[in-house]
Design a protein around this ligand. Sequence first.
Ligand SMILES: CC(=O)N[C@@H](CCC[C@H](N)C(=O)O)C(=O)O
Length: 371
Amino acid sequence: MEELQSVRRDLHRIPELGFQELKTQQYLLSFIQNLPQERLIVEPWKTGIFVFVKGTKGGHTIGYRTDIDGLPIQEETGLSYASEHDGKMHACGHDFHMTIALGVLKKLAEHPPESNVLVIFQPAEEGPGGAWPMLQSDPMKKYRPDMIFALHIAPELPVGTVSSREGLLFANTSELYVDFHGVGGHAAYPHRTKDMVLAASHFVVDVQQIISRMIDPLDSAVITIGKMTGGTVQNIIAEHARVEGTIRTLKPETMNKVKEKIERTVKAIEIRYDCETSVDYGASYFQVWNDGKYVAQFRQEMEDIGIRFVEAGQAMTGEDFGYMLKEIPGFMFWLGVESPYGLHHARLTPKEEALEVGVKAVEHVIRTIQI
Ligand SMILES: CC(=O)N[C@@H](CCC[C@H](N)C(=O)O)C(=O)O
């Protein structure tokens, strides 16, 4: 436990954004290099790493993936080991995910499994997405797993609990960026300008009617605008404004419908405010779809080792691990970490006792899953 705690705290101090995880990669590599090397093949990939563990029997390969990036959030936990990187924080638990993967890797290096194992340290889960390019990479082609799984911390669940479900676990996602370009000018002469703070504000209000009035209430979707910028100073009418958000849908086809409605809403703003607009969808992630055969085994395996399994509901969170599950059967599960503050919160404080539970659960799956 002490080693896991100390690794987690080291990683917690150095959060880095997607595809900038250089210190993190270095830390992971030095930990891995100190393990018995006989059965390990280590292949860095961009800021991530593939580690292939040769099994004693071989045959199948089991994939286990962890994400490694942090978020652009200023930490407010007040912890002695809080982030040393201003404006960045492991506020989605990827420090936990990496520590568990290292703990499992240590066990596999010391007591080799029967099957081969591919441990994947994946950059940029929060954006722009590392799973898809990793899937296309040479190491993935060389060591392609027959099944794959991953975990995500769950602040709402008690320590000692895991949770999952057959079928859809996480939603389809797409980022959303809309720019509004008008004519700036003096605050006292609005009639000579085209005010883009007003246009963007109108869009932010209008866009919420798409979900409430244009999407079947039984087919859930979410649009969240998380950031809005525009203008320069209090007495100048803004020439430019930008909104940044994310779209979530339970069905891939609903994503297309929501996007079409967003484009119509933007067009209406364009006409009303006589301005220019552009819409960009940034990164999009495919839904996380769990294979029923593996979830059933997982449930039983957890009960066998005294970890409580709770049936999960569907969640509107996104995960680019969905792309891996689209090509390779497997599953994702929640690991209870009991924090009063949730994911993406500046005060997220998961309980470190959950690290051992995570290592125990993942190691047991690797050693017992039937492919
Ligand atoms: C588990 C989790 O919180 N994942 C993120 C994934 C974000 C994808 C992308 N940047 C987007 O915002 O659409 C999430 O916010 O659910």
